[in-house]
Design a binder for this molecule. Structure first.
Ligand SMILES: C[S@@+](CC[C@H](N)C(=O)[O-])C[C@H]1O[C@@H](n2cnc3c(N)ncnc32)[C@H](O)[C@@H]1O
Length: 303
């Protein structure tokens, strides 16, 4: 097993990268959405096909070479992952999970799964796409990690995973893309041990991004005339084919329905500036209130 290691440090380009990632609505993502929309696939198949075509690697959506290949490429991807998501670096205690059973749902290129494994956890990482499975396996292999199993699974039916198996379930920016996120929360509760904990990040409805981008696309771009609404117009500016945004109370209620207790929620944002030129103190304050990312820290009760 690899030695205990903290997560990789952010690369100096992380801020630029966060901006590139937030710059959804590129020609490529828009074309892909149109193609998928025209197909008669089931919703979760549309979700899967989107991510098979554009896996999450923290590379620019328009870039021709988006997939990490070498060990250096993966180190860069890991640096972008932890750099653009400062909340994970600051709030997830990787080393406390040594020896524990950890599940990551929606592992993307495997940056978090590898960090959990390097910290000594027994990790299972799942994703709905072959691409993510391939990338995560390669990331682990290049790092010499052996305590990580990677499986292709839909979070709505984690059939191969036993009830009560995991001490910690982690999912960052994934379940809101599934056609039925509430079904995913039920699966999280099922596979978590009694007394186990988890961290789930979904998109935040009371965020500046949701309302301003929504208004821009509805009014300035005229999508309201084609019958679009705030929820449906997200397709034009956000990643993935399908996404649900939650307020903190809606999220806690959905998790409660699934059998999970939300111990606390936090609002955060990527590393990039939400509004240019605002001073750092105000920037942090805004991020913690109207940021785009809503994080729920959950627990399954002992009984
Ligand atoms: C925005 S990416 C996030 C990836 C990674 N967590 C990260 O933050 O870099 C969303 C990921 O969720 C996966 N995904 C979407 N729906 C899923 C589902 N129903 N079950 C499992 N994985 C899913 C996608 O394939 C994709 O890899």
């Amino acid at each position: 097993m690899s030695s205990l290691n903290p997560p990789p440090q952010p690369s100096p380009e992380s801020d630029d990268q966060a901006r590139a990632i937030e710059k959804w609505g590129t020609q490529r993502t828009t074309n892909l959405n149109h193609e998928i929309e025209a197909s008669d696939l089931a919703v979760n198949e549309k979700n899967r096909v989107w991510w098979e075509n554009l896996p999450m690697t923290y590379a620019d959506w328009e870039s021709q070479q988006r997939e990490p290949v070498t060990a250096e490429d993966f180190d860069r991807t890991d640096g972008f992952y932890f750099g653009t998501n400062p909340y994970i670096r600051e709030q997830v205690d990787f080393t406390s999970l040594a020896g524990k059973q950890v599940l990551e749902i929606g592992c993307g290129a495997g940056s978090a799964a590898c960090a959990f494994a390097r910290a000594g956890a027994h990790v299972t990482a799942v994703d709905i796409t072959e691409q993510a499975v391939k990338l995560t396996r390669r990331n682990a292999e290049l790092k010499g990690i052996t305590n990580l199993e990677v499986l292709r699974m839909d979070a709505e039916k984690l059939d191969g995973l036993a009830d009560g198996r995991f001490d910690f379930v982690y999912s960052w920016g994934v379940l809101h893309h599934s056609s039925n996120p509430e079904r995913c929360y039920q699966q999280v509760a099922r596979v978590m041990k009694p007394g186990g904990t988890g961290l789930i990040m979904v998109y935040h409805r009371n965020s500046m991004r949701y309302w301003l981008k929504g208004l821009y696309w509805l009014v300035v771009k005229g999508k309201v005339l084609q019958g679009h609404s705030f929820p449906s117009v997200q397709r034009f500016y956000t990643d993935g084919y399908y996404h649900k945004h939650y307020s903190a109370s809606q999220c806690a209620e959905s998790l409660h329905q699934a059998g999970l207790v939300t111990e606390r929620t936090a609002v955060t944002h990527m590393s990039s500036r939400m509004i240019p030129f605002v001073p750092e103190g105000l920037r942090q304050w805004l991020k913690s209130r109207i940021g785009w990312l809503l994080v729920a820290h959950v627990r399954k009760s002992d009984s």
